[in-house]
Each structure stands twice: as structure tokens, then as C-alpha cells.
Design a protein around this ligand. Sequence first.
Ligand SMILES: [Zn+2]
Length: 334
Amino acid sequence: MTTITIVMYHYVRSRERGRYPGLKVRSVEEFEGQLDYIVRHYRVCAMADVVAAVRGREALPANACLLTFDDGFLDHYTTVFPRLVERGLSASFYPPVAAIEGRRVLDTHKIQIILAVTTDHRALAQRLLAMVDEYRHEWALPDAATLRAQHMQSSRFDAPEIVMVKRLLQRGLPDPVRAGLTRRLFEECAGMDEATVAGELYMDLPQLRTMVRQGMEVGGHGAAHVWLDSLAPADQEDEIAQTAAFLQRVHGAPASDWVMCYPFGGYGADTLRLLGPAGCALGLTTRVDVTTDLDSPLELPRLDTNDLPTAGAAPVSAWTLRVGDRLAASGREH
Ligand SMILES: [Zn+2]
């Protein structure tokens, strides 16, 4: 049986230092501990090995593991990359085009920053509902009590006010309204212009090219970082084409057998149909599981870094239990 454990990372940085101490991050010490743990228990492979296995060209080793880093954060270049090189490990990086070349802060990161710098989340939720009032008539939006009832829910990870702010700004309001509100709150909270924040937050093309030269894989994470399954097929096709064109600029050659890491884990039947002809070989989801076969190479599950131990001697069965717990839980957010 082929077993592949694919681990997903986002921020890897100091939890206390830096501009946004409230961000949910994997600390540098935890990351190093987890790398040691992974090296002890797994064989870290390159994504090219999985492509070769899917194409029947080679078999994967027992306990294969892949390290994947989403969203193009500068952390990945400054903190992750040297630690991988030091250990002789290969990994995969999935930057969205808008972050790297557009130098725009993705809405999902604006929302994270808004929540990280805010100490009073109840006041933030009230302020957001008051701002929604300005759009209510034009967009025929539900009143504040209805929005509260719909979106103020508790979750395993966040307080109800935080859940509501996230849900309203992510998908709970019409696109122009939620984008406008996110921009206004971000400008208030960030205290600096978006391009400056983007410069601090994301890698650039030369950095990606440096990592590729050092044996790292750079794959696709969409252009605008949106839920692909929320788009019409023609718009999905456009996102996929922009992603492939970006990878060509990164690699200096047309992209073939590339990997699509679905933003927010969102994809549908149309996405799967469109990816093959665009030269995509593998798809990474956010479904929490260990891969036990390669029958659906465009729908590979991943574990979050939080599903694995960050320190030494825990036996493999310890995380198996934790994954089982995660699988049983619903309402996981990304
Ligand atoms: Zn992402």
C-alpha cells in the first residue's frame, strides 16, 4: 500500500516578535522540532517523486512524506528554505499570482491581520455590523440581528465574534461589499499602505527562482486566491491558465506535470476536468487525511502542521489518534 503523508504549512515565524504577534503561526522552534520528528519517522520525498509514481515510473518509499507551504509568504524564503537546505530536504511552495506579482495583500490575509491586531473582537464585530448598515439598502442585505443569527457561531478554533467577522468578510456578504469592508478595516488596522505590507508578507519572483534552483518545487495556488468551485467554468479556466502562465515565468519554461494546490481547498468537477488538459498532474486539497493510494491524483488530502507533533519522541500512533479526532470534527476552517 502506498502511504503518503502530505503536511501543509502557512506562516512559520516567531509568535511574539514581528509586526502581528496575534497571528496564528507555527513558531520557528516548533517548526525545527517538527522537521526533526518528520525526518525520524518518515522519508521526505519531492513532489516530482509523486508525479513519477502516478505516471508509473517509480515506486514511493514506505512512509513517504511531503512538505507543502501555501500562500507565498516571505517566511518560506527567510525561515523555512535555509532550514530545509541545512537538512538536505526538498519541499513544495504554492504562491498565488496576485501576492507575488500583483503585490496585493490577499483578502484572506487582510482578515487575519485585522483579527490579529484587534484586541476587542466584540467591538470589531459590532463595528463591522454597523458598517454593513451602509450597504444594506443598496444590496438588500439582511438586518444585523439576522446576520448575527446566521454567522455568530462557536467553533473549535475561534470565539463566536471571530467566526462571524471571518464568515462575513470571507463569503457571507456579496463580493463587492465584503471586499470593500475588508479593505476599509485593513487600512484602519494595518496603519500602512497595502504594497508595503505585501512587500513584508510575500516572496518575489527572484526568490522563488532561487528556491527552484536549489531543488525546491514551486506549484500553483491560483491567481486571485479564490474558491475555484465558486467560479463559472470559464472563469476557472482563466484562473488555471493564469496559474500555468505564472509557473512558466517562475521556471523559465512551459509548465508541464505541475501541481495545483486549491486555494481554501475549493474545487469541483469542472476544476478536475479542466486541470488535465492544462498540464496539471496533481491536486492538493485541505481534506485532512493520509493518502493510501494514488487513484485520484487531483484530490490528494493533507495534514495540517497542527496535526503532527512538534517535539521529539511521540510515537506515530499518537498523531494517528489526533488525526482521527480531526477527521471526526466538522466545520474546520482554512
Ligand atoms: Zn492559500
